[in-house]
Ligand binder design. Structure first.
Ligand code: PLP
Length: 387
């Protein structure tokens, strides 16, 4: 047994893979260094048990920290694990969180159903109403929470103003950057303290993994990591490898799918069957200046068809290139109607208050030929207008 281990160690020492190996091991040999780390540091530095840390998972996290211009990052089992673990950790220092109304459906459920049930004080405000934010962020607030670019309305949040309000009240600004991605916005550079992502989406990029990530300074990430360890939402090494591999093409994918999104948004603006188009790169888009990186508007487009949800569903069913499926950020274009998928738990009144219009379609542009994709959408719209 010992002989085999020695031979294998010698071989590993000479082997330098270009791609990080998948350390598909729940546990690692304990030695004096590991015991020291466990005793002195809670076992956060050495690799000794994969719920605490794993080399493949660390490799994915390091890539995302670089993309967000951050000191540290930690992976979680899903985007919701990243969000919930972060919020519950920070809410120990104060019971109040002030959050945007315009957020992903399950984040909303966490905010209005689960966090209050745990005894936390949650205030929900319209993300575009800066006066409402200022009024709600009282001293003693622990967290201010928003999505950089909201799901599905594609409203850009004024991060510098929110950061200022949060910091004056002694709170931390936590931002979900899933829709915008680090290709278009780096929230930490605009004053955010913590960035969370569903790495299921653009970061991994192939619709083949569920994963999340928390990005911040080392001290904050370590604090949240301790909670992740006891809550148990760690990422599996094989899933982390898929995230790492997807990240190798992040910029090229985003460049291509964002160019398609811009063309799609521009063309849909002129279509008689379309009531409105939401895309941050369109002329006349109302939103805070200097949040987006110059010339970058992302790969998500939302548009509202005339005739409400029934017509939107008919248009969607006639598409032959975009796939009718929830989620986003993959190499294939995905389309959904938020009212019956990502935001199914909202009542018609809540959908209206969140500015999710009747007839809204959400598009995540993929890597298909832009002209093929756009003419397919135009054809589906034309055929449905014709009855
Ligand atoms: N945040 C946003 C903006 C999302 O769109 C989603 C999922 O669609 C999530 C968080 C949750 O991510 P996950 O499904 O990886 O838990």
């Amino acid at each position: 047994m010992t002989g085999r281990a020695e031979k294998s160690e010698g071989y590993v020492a000479r082997t330098r893979p270009v791609v990080p190996p998948i350390y598909q091991s729940a546990t690692f040999y304990l030695d004096d260094l590991a015991y020291k780390d466990i005793q002195q540091n809670g076992g956060l530095t050495e690799h000794w048990y994969s719920r605490f840390a794993n080399p493949t998972v660390d490799a994915a996290a390091a890539e995302i920290a670089l993309l967000e211009g951050a000191e540290a990052a930690m992976m979680t089992s899903s985007g919701m694990a990243a969000i919930a673990t972060t919020l519950v950790t920070l809410l120990q220092s104060g019971r109040r969180i002030v959050a945007a109304r315009q957020v992903y459906g399950d984040t909303r459920d966490l905010l209005v159903r689960d966090l209050p049930a745990l005894g936390f004080d949650v205030a929900v405000v319209d993300s575009a109403d800066l006066d409402a934010w200022a009024e709600a962020i009282t001293p003693g607030t622990a967290i201010v929470y928003a999505e950089t670019l909201s799901n599905p309305q594609l409203e850009l949040t004024n991060l510098p103003v929110l950061a200022d309000l949060a910091h004056k009240a002694g709170a931390k600004l936590v931002v979900d950057n899933t829709f915008a991605t680090p290709y278009t916005v780096n929230p930490l550079r605009l004053g955010a303290d913590i960035v969370v992502h569903s790495a299921t989406k653009f970061l991994s990029g192939h619709s083949d993994v569920i994963a999340g990530v928390v990005v911040s300074d080392r001290e904050t990430v370590t604090e949240i990591q301790r909670r992740m360890i006891t809550f148990g939402g760690c990422l599996d090494p094989h899933a982390a490898f898929l995230v790492w591999r997807g990240l190798q093409t992040f910029d090229v994918r985003l460049e291509r799918s964002s160019a398609t999104a811009l063309k799609l948004a521009q063309r849909l603006q002129d279509h008689p069957g379309v009531e409105s188009v939401r895309y941050p790169g369109l002329a006349g888009y109302e939103g805070p200046a200097d949040v987006l990186k110059p010339g970058r508007s992302g790969a998500m487009v939302a548009f509202t068809v005339r005739g409400g949800n029934d017509r939107a569903l008919k248009v969607m069913r006639r598409l032959t290139i975009a796939s009718e499926a929830t989620s986003l950020g993959g190499v294939e274009t995905l389309v959904s109607t938020p009212f019956n998928s990502s935001h199914f738990s909202l009542s018609p009144q809540e959908l209206a208050a969140a500015r999710i219009d009747e007839g809204m379609l959400r598009f995540s542009c993929g890597l298909e030929d832009a002209e093929d994709l756009i003419s397919d959408v135009e054809r589906a719209l034309d055929e449905t207008s014709a009855g």
